[in-house]
Design a protein around this ligand. Structure first.
Ligand SMILES: O=P(O)(O)O[C@@H]1[C@@H](OP(=O)(O)O)[C@H](OP(=O)(O)O)[C@H](O)[C@H](OP(=O)(O)O)[C@H]1OP(=O)(O)O
Ligand SMILES: Nc1ncnc2c1ncn2[C@@H]1O[C@H](COP(=O)(O)OP(=O)(O)O)[C@@H](O)[C@H]1O
Length: 282
C-alpha cells in the first residue's frame, strides 16, 4: 500500500452504519472509501486512533494471533492524505461490503461493559447510561444497521436505523429487529442458508473467545453483512455474507484472563440466532 493516496479518489462511505460519521463540520472523523474498494478510518484525535493502529500492527506481526487475524478485516497499513491542506492519517482496511450490490449491514456492539478499566468516571457513567436496557438484557447493543427491504424492491436505497433507534430500542423487540435486518418477511428459500451461515460464523467467534486470553475488547463490535441481491429462491446458490470484528480503539491487555464480558455478549448473539432465527423463518 502506497504511503500516499490521492484525496480525489476518496468519497464518504455511504454504507457506514455506526460510529463517527465524516461530515463537513467534523472532517477529522468518519470513514472514507477509496475507489479501489478500501475503507479508510481516521486515526486523528487523541489516543483512540493510535490504540487501534497499535492493535492492527501487533496482529500483523504476531504469529500467535493468526486465528484472530482471520476474524478482523484485512489491514493494509496506514496512509497520510492531505485534506483541506491538512495531513491526515488513516487506517486502510478491507471493505466488508466489498462487491455487494445491496449491502445489508448491522453493527452489534458486544458486552455489558463498554468502557475500559482506567477511563474517567464521567466516561464510565456516560457509557453505562447508553443502550442501558438492551445491554443489561442481552450483553450487546445495536448502534446502527441498514437493510434493503426486499418486499419493497422499488426502494433504491437501504433503510437506515441509527444510534438513536438503538438507544431507545426495547430489549423485547431485539429479535424482531434481527428479523427486519434479515428480510424475514421476504419468504425467500435462501433465508435458511443465510441464517445458518451467520450462526456458524458467530459460533466460530464464540469458540475463539472461550479461550483467548490475550486481549479484552471493550466497545468493540461485530459487523454482520450480507448482500440482499443474493437472497433468492435459487436452491443451488448461497447468499453472500461476511462477519467481522471491528473497532479496536478500546482493546486492552488481558493479562491471561478470558474476556468474560465479550464472551457473554457473543454467546447471547449466537444463541439468539440459533434458537430464535434458525429454521423458524417461514
Ligand atoms: O463523539 P461523540 O459525541 O459522537 O461520542 C461518541 C459516542 O456517541 P454518542 O454519545 O452516542 O452520540 C459513541 O457512542 P455510540 O456507542 O457509538 O452510540 C461512543 O461512546 C464514542 O466513544 P468511543 O469512540 O467508543 O470511545 C463517543 O466518542 P467520544 O466522544 O467519547 O470520543
Ligand atoms: N472494514 C469495514 N468494512 C465495512 N464497513 C466498516 C468497516 N469498518 C467499519 N465499518 C463501518 O463503519 C462503522 C464505524 O466503524 P467503527 O470502527 O466502529 O468506528 P468508530 O470508531 O467511529 O466507532 C461501522 O458501524 C461500519 O458500518
Amino acid at each position: 500500500m502506497a504511503k500516499w493516496l490521492d484525496s480525489g479518489d476518496l468519497v464518504p462511505y455511504d454504507d457506514q452504519v455506526g460510529g463517527h460519521k465524516f461530515t463537513k463540520e467534523k472532517p477529522l472523523l468518519g470513514l472514507l472509501k477509496h475507489k479501489e474498494g478500501y475503507i479508510l478510518k481516521s486515526v486523528e484525535g487523541g489516543t483512540k486512533g493510535k490504540n487501534e493502529v497499535r492493535f492492527y500492527e501487533e496482529l500483523k506481526n504476531d504469529e500467535s494471533l493468526s486465528s484472530l487475524r482471520e476474524l478482523v478485516p484485512s489491514y493494509f497499513g496506514t496512509v497520510t492524505i492531505k485534506i483541506n491542506s491538512k495531513d491526515m492519517t488513516f487506517i486502510v482496511l478491507d471493505d466488508i461490503t466489498r462487491s455487494m450490490k445491496k449491502p445489508c449491514v448491522m453493527d452489534v456492539k458486544i458486552g455489558l461493559q463498554t468502557w475500559e478499566p482506567g477511563c474517567s468516571e464521567k466516561k464510565k457513567k456516560d457509557e453505562n447510561a447508553k443502550y442501558k436496557e438492551c445491554k443489561e438484557e442481552w450483553n450487546f447493543c445495536i448502534p446502527g444497521f441498514q437493510v434493503y427491504d426486499l418486499l419493497n424492491s422499488t426502494l433504491e436505497h437501504p433503510r437506515k436505523y441509527d444510534k438513536e433507534f438503538g438507544k431507545s430500542l426495547d430489549p423485547g423487540k431485539v429479535i424482531s429487529v434481527f428479523k427486519t435486518f434479515l428480510n424475514f418477511n421476504s419468504g425467500y428459500l435462501g433465508l435458511e442458508k443465510l441464517v445458518q451461515s451467520f450462526t456458524a460464523q458467530l459460533d466460530l467467534i464464540r469458540r475463539y473467545f472461550q479461550t483467548q486470553n490475550h486481549y479484552h475488547f471493550y466497545s468493540s463490535s461485530v459487523l454482520l453483512a450480507y448482500d440482499a441481491a443474493t437472497l433468492t429462491n435459487d436452491q443451488d446458490s448461497y447468499p453472500l455474507i461476511r462477519i467481522s470484528l471491528i473497532d479496536f480503539a478500546h482493546v486492552t491487555a488481558a493479562n491471561g484472563q478470558v474476556d468474560l464480558n465479550y464472551l457473554q455478549g457473543i454467546t447471547n448473539l449466537w444463541t439468539l440466532f440459533r434458537t430464535q432465527l434458525l429454521q423458524k423463518n417461514n
